[in-house]
Write a protein that binds this ligand. Structure first.
Ligand SMILES: NC(=O)c1ccc[n+]([C@@H]2O[C@H](COP(=O)([O-])OP(=O)(O)OC[C@H]3O[C@@H](n4cnc5c(N)ncnc54)[C@H](O)[C@@H]3O)[C@@H](O)[C@H]2O)c1
Length: 262
């Protein structure tokens, strides 16, 4: 901290960054690792504190500046308080990175008409409304500095047919649209807004992926493998860096070179 109480390091808040015992870490943890390595103080948040603490402890044990927070992205009031608290604690907020998402019935994917309206709402509340809530809360802090980055995590399913994952696909497509619109809105005030669109990554979600889907995804990637989460997070590290100072409103597909829809 400087004398005026402002943190010297840039501060990044990451959602959906928990790590569960005996499971692969997710993209949120990988984002924390990449941004911490780039010199950010990272605030790893998830709906529950314990998995966020596990992820933050791992980074701290590696010598990085990290902390954990419990933030349920569906609760707009709680999100606003939590984001304000992060900014107040460190005197700044430089990046808000939205990795939280929810897919119900994962790998027992149901036809669209068998998913209730309530279940659709639950998925959208996390994957789409959550990103809106974080953005609404973070933007005033970014505007106050006249700089900073908003990052969304879309998916290749934002652009491709997503049988039995229509809600997921529509949320991710909406995030792509949001990226372009907010970039246009906030660019004049010095804030950049970008997204990454991963193919399939090795996380706790894909740990349980049935081989029939895994084989399809591997065949779909020109590199004939799924990615490590750090390979996606590295692109976000670039996007929030000065090296990307003229990159704005973009959703960067990082899928090893897709060779066709599922
Ligand atoms: N794994 C993949 O192959 C893949 C591919 C494309 C995109 N993505 C996207 O990458 C991101 C990370 O996914 P992942 O694979 O690391 O695993 P994940 O799906 O487990 O990560 C989502 C995180 O969101 C959190 N979350 C759920 N509800 C929440 C809430 N109400 N408030 C706060 N957090 C909540 C979960 O606890 C979890 O940590 C997601 O946005 C996902 O859609 C993943």
């Amino acid at each position: 901290m400087s004398n005026d109480g402002v943190e010297q390091k840039k501060v990044a808040l990451i959602t959906g960054a928990g790590w569960w015992p005996d499971q692969s870490p997710g993209l949120g943890w990988a984002l924390g690792a990449e941004l911490a390595e780039a010199g950010y103080r990272v605030v790893l948040s998830d709906r529950e504190l314990e998995p966020a603490e596990r992820a933050a402890s791992d980074l701290m044990a590696k010598g990085f500046t990290a902390e954990a927070a419990a933030i349920d992205v569906t609760d707009d009031g709680a999100v606003a308080s939590a984001v304000d608290a992060v900014s107040a604690r460190h005197g700044r907020l430089d990046a808000a990175v939205n990795a939280a998402a929810l897919t119900l019935h994962r790998w027992g994917l149901k036809p669209f008409h068998e998913i209730s309206a309530e279940q659709c709402q639950q998925e959208m509340a996390v994957t789409l409304d959550g990103a809106l809530n974080i953005s609404r809360a973070a933007i005033p802090h970014l505007l106050a500095r006249g700089s900073g980055n908003l990052i969304f995590v879309a998916s290749v399913l934002a652009d491709e047919p997503a049988p039995r994952q229509a809600i997921y696909g529509l949320c991710k497509a909406a995030l792509k649209s949001l990226t372009a619109s907010l970039a246009a809105e906030l660019g004049p005030q010095g804030i950049r807004v970008n997204a990454v669109s991963p193919g399939v990554m090795k996380t706790r979600v894909t740990d349980k992926m049935p081989p029939k889907y895994m084989d399809l995804f591997i065949a779909r990637s020109a590199l004939r493998r799924i990615s490590e989460p750090r390979e996606i997070a590295a692109v976000v590290r670039f996007l929030v860096s000065e090296q990307a100072s003229y990159v704005n409103g973009q959703t960067i597909k990082v899928d090893g070179g897709g060779v066709g829809a599922m």
